[in-house]
Design a protein around this ligand. Structure first.
Ligand code: AMP
Length: 216
């Protein structure tokens, strides 16, 4: 049995065409079913639904043979201990610094004042501001980062941005782009040895689908 760990939403939706390219159809719809283990048309392949930030933990510890998760999550978790054979070029976005439209970010950074930064991505934010020589107080949040500057909890946030609509709706502006993000395939190292043929076949089918799509 091959177990693939996915999270609901963007990554699940963007993975379906890749699975189809490998002749795998997921038989349950996670939006309407409460099942966490989803069958596929291939008796030897199943999908488990986990939180995005739990995908690396499942794969690293053998709860799943493979997983798909964002570069952001992998950096925060520490991707060591997993084989990362492919950038799938899905769920693309960027991780950026944003502030209230009326906050003078340039001035705050230039003056060397301590910036209060709210984020789920503490490791990425710490490294980014340290490299710039900016002193920050990091405030760890688990969601709705946009609220932090609006309520006075923080001066800035570090968050994923795709269209920019969420920032705009909350009167925030993107002031720095930290890095581009897309989702990667991760593989448990022991699974790769023990189930080499089916896992290699899956990696190859995904790689072919990604290459064909980038040619369009
Ligand atoms: P947007 O309004 O399109 O800029 O999307 C921003 C919101 O969607 C933020 O709350 C982000 O945390 C979330 N988001 C954007 N892109 C992704 C992604 N690839 N994966 C997960 N969440 C995302």
């Amino acid at each position: 049995m091959i177990t693939l760990a996915l999270s609901k939403g963007r990554i699940f939706d963007d993975t379906l065409p890749l699975l189809r390219a490998a002749n795998i159809e997921v038989l349950d719809n996670p939006e309407t079913s409460r099942k966490l283990i989803l069958d596929t048309n291939q008796p030897g392949v199943r999908v488990v639904l986990v939180r995005a930030s739990d995908v690396p933990t499942y794969v690293e510890n053998g709860g799943a043979d493979l997983g798909i998760t964002g570069r952001d999550t992998l950096i925060e978790h520490g991707g060591q201990g997993m084989y990362q054979p492919l950038d799938l070029q899905i769920a693309k976005c960027r991780i950026s610094v944003a502030v209230r439209a009326d906050f003078d970010y340039e001035r705050a950074v230039k003056q060397g004042s301590r910036l209060r930064v709210a984020t789920k991505y503490v490791a990425i934010a710490r490294e980014f501001f340290a490299a710039k020589g900016v002193h920050v107080d990091l405030i760890k949040l688990y969601g709705s980062m946009e609220l932090a500057p609006l309520t006075g909890l923080a001066d800035a946030i570090v968050d994923l941005v795709s269209t920019g609509n969420t920032l705009k709706a909350n009167h925030l502006v993107e002031v720095e782009r930290i890095m581009d993000i897309s989702s990667r395939l991760v593989v448990n190292q022991a699974s790769l040895k023990l189930k080499q043929a089916p896992i290699r076949a899956l990696i190859d089918a995904f790689a072919k689908a990604v290459a064909e799509r980038s040619e369009i």
